[in-house]
Design a protein. Structure first.
Length: 202
């Protein structure tokens, strides 16, 4: 099984074939995780975080910093209430803490379907229809963040199906190339060009 060059849909199709076999499913997820980390090892350098933070801000995607290798806002900050596209503010944050992780607020132009681990992949495999995915992130567990067009009526929700969370207005997600506590990197699978200027954060 060659997973290296498969897109999200191809990976889901392969996963469906072995979803009932616990050992094969575990090997599939371990191999996917190994390939992701090997392919993107260069993004662990701190400069990648500052460069990416500036790219988001320059392209009207509001961000704020997280404590290094966590999902937690900086101590003494206001978390998502600090989110901005102001270049000078972003420079100041990452000049001060070069290895700070990056968070993107949701609910302004796009929401996020958070697919977590084998339970999340199982739930996605059972979906009859899938939303239009604007961008997709490989998360470390492994999992996925699917960016989809936001809806005013959509609410944040945890475990709305097994392994599936929703991040809408009032929420945020960790953005690439942030690094988790185990040194694993968040990576774009479908790059975020469609999010540019869609993120209407005011």
């Amino acid at each position: 099984m060659n997973l290296q060059n498969m897109n999200d849909q191809q990976l889901i199709n392969e996963y469906n074939k072995i979803a009932d076999n616990d050992k094969q499913r575990a090997r599939f997820l371990q191999e996917l995780d190994r390939l992701d980390q090997m392919k993107h090892a260069h993004l662990r350098r701190p400069e990648a975080l500052r460069e990416s933070a500036l790219w988001y801000a320059e392209n009207n995607i509001a961000i704020f910093p997280l404590q290094p290798r966590t999902k937690i806002p900086l101590a003494g900050s206001r978390g998502l209430k600090d989110a901005t596209t102001n270049i000078e503010q972003v420079k100041a944050w990452w000049d001060l803490i070069p290895d700070a992780n990056i968070a993107i607020v949701t609910g302004y132009g796009f929401d996020v379907i958070d697919i977590d681990g084998s339970e999340g992949f199982d739930s996605i495999a059972q979906m009859k229809t899938r939303p239009n995915i604007l961008a997709s992130v490989i998360t470390p567990r492994p999992g996925r963040h699917w960016m989809i067009a936001s809806k005013p009526e959509r609410k944040n929700g945890t475990n709305i199906q097994p392994g599936i969370d929703i991040r809408a207005k009032g929420g945020y997600v960790v953005a690439p190339p942030s690094i988790n506590k185990d040194g694993k990197v968040y990576q774009w699978m479908i790059t975020p060009e469609k999010l540019v200027n869609l993120h209407d954060h005011r």
